[in-house]
Design a protein. Sequence first.
Length: 360
Amino acid sequence: MTRAAVLPAVNAPLAIADIDVPEPGPGQVKVRLAAAGVCHSDLSLSNGTLKQPVPAVLGHEGAGTVTAVGVGVTAVAPGDRVVLNWAPSCGDCHFCGLAEPWLCANAGAAATAPYARLTADGSELYPGLGTAVFAEETVVSAHAVLPLPAGVPLTEAALLGCAVLTGYGAVHHSAAVRPGESVAVLGVGGVGLSVLQSARIAGAGTIVAVDVSPAKEELARAAGATEFLTASDDTTKQIRKLTGGYGTDVAIECVGRADTIRTAWSATRRGGRTTVVGIGGKDQQVTFSALELFYFGRTLSGCVYGNSDPAKDLPVLAEHVRAGRLDLSAMVTERIGLEGIPAAFEAMLAGRGGRALVIF
């Protein structure tokens, strides 16, 4: 039996329960989790913003140790330390053929098939985003595990599976921040902290962090922010004042709200780049006039999983960790057990803290 946080239905409270996780089948891997990050996407799955079959075990940002492998698995072996990849690319679809694995048409297939059962009554359970790391153990496709390079702490490595890959990719792939450029980061949660560190690594000049909570200033500055603003109706004006009246070269939105996306766009200079990382609901409508689209000449882009290829980017991130340029532990503001996940969800809704990390 394995302890897990189970979502019985959309918008229902999580329940800690015993589940039965099977041994890995052909092409599968069983992993004992060391840690799992609590991501805003898990909250979006629980409240129906993102679709997920239920009942389910959520959690998609995790790291652990391989305990068993199925027939045909050769890339990893029992005892290997791994990071979970919640969006493994198939290599065969149209987008993979375009070398855009982050848009893989089949990346989410695992989430639609039951993977375990409740011990109490045998009910089938679905894996949240295909990985189900809010549990002591999980079984996933061999394509969904990435060997963890040496020199990276296993518990903090969980953050590499989502927040860090997303934040790093937003800076280095989507926005392509160049040395000396100014960057505004809206939202200082787990992903936002990763964006700040990544902007610093990229050699950005002025780095402006914006959040609704003034209590996050210390976190933001430690991650790389040179300026901190508490979000208000004057945020755009304040950002422009900090950047010679022009606005930042790059603005990266990590919240997923229409008003925040609009603020990020308005705070970007003419000809600059606005990247949207936050996942908003379909009812969140952002409007632009035809004239401003022409006049400002800005680029607005979405960003899925940091536009990253995890297999290629993970070794790069590990080297940043080993060299001391990327501090994973600084992003963790709370270490909790499975029972603490609902409170972590509430903290995210209230805009508190950075990343909560479930330690097994």
